[in-house]
Design a protein around this ligand. Structure first.
Ligand code: KG4
Ligand code: ZN
Length: 347
């Protein structure tokens, strides 16, 4: 049994969590997430402001996570921190603080890849959400379809060729005059819209596509974004059309995500599908995915909203896995804007 502190500062959430356990038997002792609302004013994350906000909140956030878990620093066995990918200045705050703590306490430091963290999130809530499974990670910066044979063995099947799914939601939200980040507002608006007025093409979803084709698992959302923009510009009364446009957009994006994930689960004979990333908060997506995969006899696992979006519990969980493999990081661990997931290889 290990007691591990996780730290996450890759974007605009300052988060810390304490987990206890071994293997897949892990208990979340605490999770603190402080979201930086300031970026809403600018309609996007401002890197310099994000770094400064992490600096002011990292110490109290970690202290609160320890207090809620009922532990003190000397109780810890290891410290896991997101070191890539993300905003370098933001990552640096967490990485520097984690290094200082690990050095002072004389315990191991573990560098965690943020997207590997997203793969582990739902395992904290559902004991069955463990490999082998098909994973769909959909966040503001990434859209990844991965076959997970075992923890640490990842086959990359498909990724987006342009915008990430969350980015598409955020851009469409902006076109429709909704707040940032806009995913949940688009979902709310779409729920009041009709599905027949705006039917947008499904990006890269050819019905006659075959496994091995370039676009079989790949995603592209920029065409959809342009189609939405044209609908917005062509609307004589956007106020009354916007719910139908949001619905048309979301239907198209969800159908693409669901069909490609179903293709992957079928091709690899997986009975479990794991979702992760902020877009996995989208209940309409989760319901459509569950309904479609049920037909193929597969079960869909989606994290609760708190664990779908950026959080340190998933970082501690992935960190525990790496720690048990003996993969500790040197104090020279660098913050990196981009880096492939460890153990990820092309299909
Ligand atoms: O994983 P995340 O918190 O941060 C990144 O690592 O990017 O994901 C944030 C993204 C944003 O694009 C946001 O609009 C989207 O997740 N999102 C949603 C919903 N809730 C959050 N997208 C669609 N529907 C939602 N309900
Ligand atoms: Zn994320």
């Amino acid at each position: 049994m290990s007691l591990i502190l996780g730290i996450e500062t890759s974007c605009d959430e300052t988060s810390a969590a304490v987990l206890e356990g071994s293997g897949d038997d892990v208990t979340q002792r605490s999770l603190i997430i402080l979201s930086q609302d300031v970026h809403r004013v600018f309609g996007g994350v401002v890197p310099e402001i994000a770094s400064r906000a992490h600096l002011t909140s990292i110490v109290p956030v970690v202290e609160k996570a320890l207090a809620e878990a009922g532990v003190t620093l000397p109780d810890l066995d290891a410290i896991a921190v997101t070191h890539a990918p993300g905003l370098v200045g933001a990552l640096l705050v967490g990485v520097s603080y984690a290094k200082a703590l690990a050095l002072t306490l004389g315990i191991p430091l573990i560098g965690v890849h943020h997207m590997e963290g997203h793969l582990f999130a739902v395992a904290l809530e559902h004991r069955d959400a463990v490999p082998p499974f098909t994973a769909l990670l959909v966040s503001g910066g990434h859209t990844l379809l991965i076959d997970v044979e075992a923890w640490g063995e990842y086959k990359l099947l498909g990724a987006t060729r342009d915008d990430a799914a969350g980015e598409a939601f955020d851009k469409v939200a902006k076109m429709l005059g909704l707040p940032y980040p806009g995913g949940r507002y688009v979902e709310q608006l779409a729920a009041t819209g009709g599905s027949t007025r705006f039917r947008f093409a499904r990006g890269m979803l050819r019905k006659n596509a075959l496994p091995g084709d370039d676009d079989y698992y790949a995603f592209s959302f920029s065409g959809l974004k342009t189609a939405v923009l044209n609908a917005v510009k062509g609307s004589a009364d956007l106020e009354s059309d916007k719910a139908d446009i949001a619905r048309g957009f979301q239907d198209s994006l969800i159908e693409t995500l669901v069909e490609k994930t179903a293709r992957a689960a079928a091709a690899f004979g997986r009975e479990r599908v794991v979702l992760g990333g902020g877009v996995a908060c989208n209940k309409t997506l989760v319901r459509a995915m569950a309904a479609r995969l049920e037909r193929d006899g597969a079960k869909v696992f989606a994290p609760s909203p708190r664990l779908s979006t950026d959080n340190a519990a998933m970082i501690a969980r992935a960190g525990l896995f790496r720690f048990e493999l003996g993969e500790t990081a040197p104090l020279s661990l660098a913050a990196q804007a981009s880096l492939p997931i460890p153990g990820l290889h092309a299909a």
